[in-house]
Design a protein. Structure first.
Length: 415
């Protein structure tokens, strides 16, 4: 059993019958749903009637702005009573000019989706009120049916099977009330998340903006590190090499002739400094574009697994070479995940697989270590997820305590 399945079972075991907010929303939501549904239906009906007049468009614009306000009210109620946060759609653009603003409102998907929400919310609110208020009252009437009959009909009345059937039916229906309220509250949450949040295009724009900001910040930080390393490391090595060569030049022309022993020592020192500088430059340029990627991932990934201190099996099925940015993201992802396996997992073996299918490429690293890997746990997974998001990729982590751990990165082959 995976950690997710165990957590889901634990949530089901300790899930309360019904939250107090579910009852409150079912009661308060009925008049709000009634008002909102009537508003939406009236807007659609009146808008259709006025569409052939000069008042049609201004009426629809005002009504859509009102729908946005009702949507904000319902988002607050859903968050406060049902405990379901719904992301706000953002402010409406305000271009210059009355005509341009009207066109913006008329083409606003958020307002139209809110109208649809208000229409669908009407029957759902009525059902919720019936489940939270009407059904318990009906159950009380059924359970007390033998008493009500005897109060309304004077004289002795023997108990019969209708009395027992009403009591049993009332108790059965009463036991179903919490489940009905819970189911309708869940439907309210799903409907609010579906229609009151940002449209798919807006959400996509936000994700891309966040990914772009992350990528720009990462590139700026990488350039600062590169500049610092060049200044403090490579430049210092080159200065030391220049001084050594200058000393070697002095050793060639002393008054008593060349000092061959000292000259040989200086040449050896210069050779060592040159090797160190070349190694430093290779290390710096490796972070810009790995040389191993010149031959594609099929050549680069085996090189990564060969240098891992943990034995790593590898399986590749790459029939299409992805874009360069995707290749770099996958290469650095594989390198980071293999480093995590070596540092944190305590694994005895690992496996790396990569395959392309349906225009996407999937890379997976699994190990038999102790598990428990999670974003924010010091393993660099947060930064890895942000790097993948910048190229429209996702990172999935399955790492229950005790292992095994499977981390999967999935990206499009073409951007």
């Amino acid at each position: 059993m995976t950690e997710q399945e165990g957590a889901a079972q634990a949530r089901r075991r300790r899930r309360p019958s019904v939250r107090a907010g579910d009852w409150a929303f079912a009661v308060v939501g009925m008049p709000l749903g009634l008002v909102g549904g009537v508003y939406a239906l009236a807007v659609l009906y009146a808008g259709a009637l006025l569409s052939l007049t000069v008042l049609g468009l201004p009426f629809v614009v005002a009504a859509l702005l009102g729908a946005r306000g009702l949507g904000a009210l319902h988002r607050r109620l859903v968050a406060r009573m049902l405990g379901a946060y719904v992301e706000g759609p953002g402010e409406l653009a305000r271009p210059a000019g009355v005509v341009a603003r009207g066109r913006t409102v008329l083409t606003d998907p958020v307002a139209w989706r809110t109208l649809l929400y208000l229409v669908l919310r009407l029957p759902l609110g009525l059902l919720g009120f019936a489940a939270a208020v009407g059904l318990p009252l009906a159950c009380g009437w059924l359970i007390g049916f033998p008493l009500w009959v005897r109060l309304l009909q004077p004289g002795p009345r023997p108990a019969g099977w209708p009395d027992a059937a009403c009591v049993v039916l009332g108790l059965l229906l009463l036991s179903a009330v919490p489940g009905a309220v819970r189911a309708l509250s869940g439907a309210e949450r799903r409907l609010a998340r579906l229609l009151l949040g940002p449209a798919r295009a807006q959400r996509r724009v936000r994700e891309l903006e966040a990914a772009r900001a992350t990528l720009l910040a990462e590139n700026a930080d990488r350039l600062r590190r590169l500049e610092r390393d060049l200044h403090d490391g490579t430049q210092a090595r080159l200065v030391a090499l220049a001084i050594t060569l200058s000393l070697a030049g002095d050793a060639l022309a002393p008054a008593a002739g060349p000092d061959l022993g000292r000259l040989r020592a200086l040449v050896d020192r210069a050779r060592g400094q040159t090797d160190d500088t070349i190694a430093e430059l290779r290390r710096l340029t490796r972070g810009i574009h790995p040389v191993a990627l010149d031959g594609g991932l099929e050549q680069a990934l085996p090189g990564l697994t060969a240098t891992s201190p943990v034995p790593v099996g590898i399986r590749l099925d790459l029939d299409v070479r992805p874009d360069q940015a995707v290749e770099q993201a996958l290469y650095f992802c594989a390198a980071e995940l293999l480093t995590n396996v070596a540092k944190h997992s305590g694994a005895g073996s690992a496996e790396l697989t990569a395959q392309t299918a349906g225009g996407r490429i999937r890379l997976s690293v699994s190990d038999d270590g102790r598990g428990g890997a999670a974003p924010g746990a010091g393993s660099g997974l947060n930064g890895l997820a942000e790097r993948l998001a910048a190229v429209d990729g996702v990172l999935r982590i399955d790492s229950p305590p005790g292992g095994p751990t499977v981390v999967t990165a999935e990206l499009p082959v073409r951007l």
